[in-house]
Every structure is written in structure tokens, then in C-alpha cells.
Design a protein around this ligand. Structure first.
Ligand code: RB5
Length: 150
């Protein structure tokens, strides 16, 4: 994997998995990461972390990010409120591969209470290691709009 800058954010439901991703994926690869929080198990509101991710990508802090909440649903809905975000909620590595190849997803969403830690780590490695295929998929992604910050 070439050097990448990656953003990561989670609510309290994803706090432990966020630590695991930093320890077992980011630290073992050539990855500079920026942790947008949350930084404890204390209860917080997932929209804030989905929005933080979207704003950080808009600011150019990195091109890709990982977001985590209990199900992955709430935080992905939040991030996808922004037109430049294509956040994909994935439950296995095949989905993580295909959403990079076909959707050029710029954010991977995970549900820490839905999938195992091992599956989540596989999803992250696959997502970060897979390139967009372009071609016919570019036309479809263009139709989604919101390309200016992607
Ligand atoms: C928090 O309890 C939980 O609602 C949140 O992590 C997420 O699953 C929402 O979609």
C-alpha cells in the first residue's frame, strides 16, 4: 500500500473498534491518520462525527476516511448529507472492494455492533488497498454529483 493520509471518526459505539483499526491496520501500514474523535466511551451523538468527517474531507485534510458507530447506519446517513461524500456501509470485504471499484466511495462506514473486529479490519484493509476502476463507473459516479471535493 502506498502512503496514504486517512481520517477516522466514531461515536462511542465505534470507539473501541476505532482503536483497533489504528493499532492493527494503520500502524502496520504506511498510513498517516488523523483521529477526529470521539476519544472515550462517553456517550456522544453520531451526527457530529459524520459531519466532522465530511468537513475534514471538504477542507482537504485527506481524501478518504473511516466512520464507525454502533450500526454504521446513523453516521453514514450523517456523512452522506454532504454531496461530496460517498460513504458506503460495508459488512464484508467484498463490499469494501466493490464500493471502491464501482462507486469510488471516499468514506467507509462500519457498524461496530454488527460485524466482528476481524471482518472490520479486513474491510478497512481492502477499502484502502483498492482503486476506483473508472470507465463506465465514472459516468455513474458523475451522475451522483458533488464531485468538487472528491
Ligand atoms: C448509539 O447508541 C447508536 O445509536 C449509534 O452508535 C448508531 O448505531 C446509530 O446509528
Amino acid at each position: 500500500m502506498t502512503l496514504k493520509n486517512i481520517l477516522i471518526a466514531a461515536d462511542h459505539g465505534g470507539f473501541e473498534l476505532k482503536k483497533d483499526i489504528k493499532n492493527f491496520v494503520f500502524n502496520n501500514h504506511n498510513i498517516n491518520w488523523i483521529d477526529l474523535g470521539t476519544h472515550s466511551n462517553e456517550s456522544v451523538d453520531y451526527p457530529e462525527y459524520g459531519f466532522k468527517m465530511a468537513e475534514a474531507i471538504k477542507n482537504g485534510d485527506a481524501e478518504q476516511g473511516i466512520i464507525i458507530c454502533g450500526t454504521g447506519i446513523g453516521i453514514s446517513i450523517a456523512a452522506n448529507r454532504y454531496s461530496h461524500i460517498r460513504a458506503a456501509l460495508c459488512t464484508n470485504a467484498e463490499m469494501a472492494k466493490l464500493t471502491r471499484e464501482h462507486n469510488n466511495a471516499n468514506v467507509l462506514a462500519l457498524g461496530a455492533r454488527i460485524i466482528s473486529k476481524e471482518t472490520a479490519l479486513e474491510c478497512v484493509q481492502t477499502f484502502l488497498g483498492t482503486e476506483f476502476e473508472g470507465g463506465r463507473h465514472q459516468r455513474r459516479v458523475n451522475k451522483l454529483g458533488g464531485q468538487s471535493h472528491a
